[in-house]
Design a protein around this ligand. Structure first.
Ligand code: GTP
Ligand code: MG
Length: 138
């Protein structure tokens, strides 16, 4: 089984949608094997999205990610990384398929409700940024 890292972003936590997002995740056959609600620090958000640091929206993205609590998660399942990307839908909710989390809940390309890792290497780095090994119980 594969693991991926997920964040339920501030736009969703503010609208009390964490359970609704989790219901879509679980219905898709992904298992939530670690989960906590945290207030990200600016430094954590800048590290997490470091790959985008030269993009014009970086400042806006970091400000958004620390604007309210987030829920960080580890999801486990067969092909969890690709499966969760499919369940999330396109980055811009205007392009997201019916039934995806972003189609159902996202406000905009910036406030797009969830994050999911894009490859095994990034999943491992992202999980390790937020969880100790003994916090993940499969
Ligand atoms: P993540 O799972 O959050 O990494 O989304 P993604 O992989 O679908 O998209 P990508 O990694 O390309 O971009 C990371 C995040 O930056 C997106 O989820 C958006 O929240 C944000 N983002 C991307 N493009 C824009 C943009 O044009 N404007 C703003 N404000 N945010 C953007
Ligand atoms: Mg990404």
């Amino acid at each position: 089984l594969e693991r991926t890292f997920s964040i339920i972003k501030p736009d969703a936590t503010k609208r009390n949608l964490t359970g609704s997002v989790n219901a879509v995740i679980e219905k898709a056959g992904l298992r939530i094997v670690a989960q906590k609600r945290i207030q990200m620090t600016r430094q954590q958000a800048e590290t997490f999205y470091g790959v985008h640091k030269d993009r014009p929206f970086f400042g806006e993205l970091v400000d958004f990610m620390i604007s309210a609590p987030v829920v960080v998660q580890v999801l486990e399942g067969e092909n969890a990384i690709a499966k969760y990307r499919e369940v999330m839908g396109a980055t811009n909710p205007a392009n997201a398929a019916e039934g995806t989390i972003r189609k159902l809940f996202a406000n905009s390309v910036g406030e797009n409700s969830v994050h999911g890792s894009d490859a095994p290497e990034t999943a491992a780095v992202e999980i390790a940024q937020f969880f100790a090994g003994n916090e993940i119980v499969g």
